[in-house]
Design a protein around this ligand. Structure first.
Ligand code: NAD
Ligand code: ZN
Length: 355
């Protein structure tokens, strides 16, 4: 199979570089008469980042409240409809997403849905997007998902939680300012950091990985371990998050993400914590890395919720098994084409019961 490795072509990195956002946009997309769309996490009303934006008169500043819930296809459709209602058929020159994985995914999906008909739910899957998207810039204010570098926009739809995976859903540029991480609550910082750690463990151990992607994953994993076991260096952590994204963009996740989708969709846990709950039970698959994960938790004085799946009905469990199998590509990467012989529905249920 011919596999083309994709990277973000333009990256602006450094402390306080957020101040250069306007110049960065103008330099990349010089058509200043046209409007830009900013999609920013509502939390930045409180952190003060919203006030540091300098939109032009014609620009649209829209909010997504990631604290309420992770992105749904209906959120993306509503934002797209609002833009079309206010601006008609004219496309923006750029869509800028400012926030964690949630907002970065929303902005990604909106850029795709401005040029493609129907609902974003129609594009959950692989390579279903037909038309080129509006250009987009990611400004992460939370590190670990790697959403700033991947070709996925993860969305919860009416029937599934699954990403829009397409060459058109990858950012054209990224602004990395480590200072933006300073307001993130410590628990959130940890769980989103673990998302990066787990991506790396899964991709390094998966057959979808090749020598091209591996160095990124190894470096990203080391950055997370160093951050939570030694010293909190935010610049290195943010770069690690980006590199983790570069790695996962060109490989695959694994058993933990497959199982965590069920926990997220059916039980409503958020991505980072759902992954942590699952990963803690995967020692037979990921060995020493699970022990390192526990060490990091201990060092940061954090405790996972327990009894998470207590009270789950048999219908819910069946749905969770079905959702796990939806990440077929990832399970093939982790366990081979006969993954269902190893990860049987009974095995999945037993793992869930331990959580
Ligand atoms: P998030 O974006 O959902 O944000 C979590 C919380 O942190 C929210 O309350 C948010 O308001 C807050 N927050 C963000 N930045 C902040 C800041 N600077 N200061 C204070 N608070 C801040 O969390 P996340 O873990 O980054 O993203 C999770 C989402 O990313 C999930 O929907 C998951 O499916 C998705 N994801 C996407 C990819 C991808 O490749 N596209 C990969 C992994 C996960
Ligand atoms: Zn993840």
């Amino acid at each position: 199979m011919m596999r083309i490795t994709r990277f973000i072509p333009r990256v602006l990195f450094g402390e306080k570089r957020f101040e250069d956002l306007n110049e960065f946009i103008d330099g990349s997309y010089p058509d200043r008469e046209r409007y830009s769309v900013y999609i920013i996490d509502s939390v930045h009303q409180k952190t003060g980042l919203r006030d540091r934006l300098r939109p032009a008169a014609q620009d649209l500043v829209m909010e997504f409240n990631a604290s309420a819930h992770e992105p749904k296809t209906s959120d993306v459709d509503a934002l797209r409809d609002e833009i079309v209602k206010r601006k008609g058929a004219e496309y923006p020159r750029v869509v800028v997403g400012i926030g964690g994985g949630s907002v970065m995914d929303v902005a990604k999906a909106v850029s795709v849905m401005l040029t493609n008909p129907g609902s974003s739910a129609d594009y959950q899957g692989w390579d279903l997007v037909k038309n080129k998207a509006v250009p987009k810039i990611a400004v992460p204010s939370l590190s670990g998902t790697g959403a700033e570098a991947t070709r996925t926009a993860v969305l919860t739809g009416p029937i599934k939680k699954l990403g829009i995976n397409s060459d058109f859903s990858i950012y054209d540029a990224v602004l990395l300012d480590p200072e933006l991480l300073s307001t993130v609550p410590v628990e959130q910082e940890f769980y989103t950091g673990m998302d990066n750690f787990i991506h790396c463990v899964e991709s390094i151990n998966g057959s979808a990985m090749n020598a091209m992607g591996k160095p990124f994953a190894i470096q990203a994993k080391a950055s997370v371990e160093s951050f939570f076991l030694k010293e909190k260096n935010y610049a290195a952590f943010m770069v690690g998050g980006f590199l983790g994204g570069c790695s996962i963009a060109n490989s695959s996740v694994g058993i933990c993400h497959a199982l965590s989708y069920g926990i997220a969709f059916v039980l409503g846990y958020r991505h980072g914590i759902a992954n942590s709950i699952v990963f803690n039970q995967l020692r037979e698959f990921y060995g020493q890395d699970v022990l390192t994960f526990r060490q990091m938790m201990e060092k940061q004085n954090l405790k996972l919720p327990s009894g998470v799946t207590r009270g789950v009905t048999s219908e819910q469990l069946a749905k969770m098994v079905q959702l796990t199998y939806m990440l077929e590509r990832d399970l093939i990467s982790a366990l081979g084409p006969n993954f269902k012989n190893i990860l049987t529905p009974e095995k999945i249920s037993r793992l869930y019961e331990k959580m």
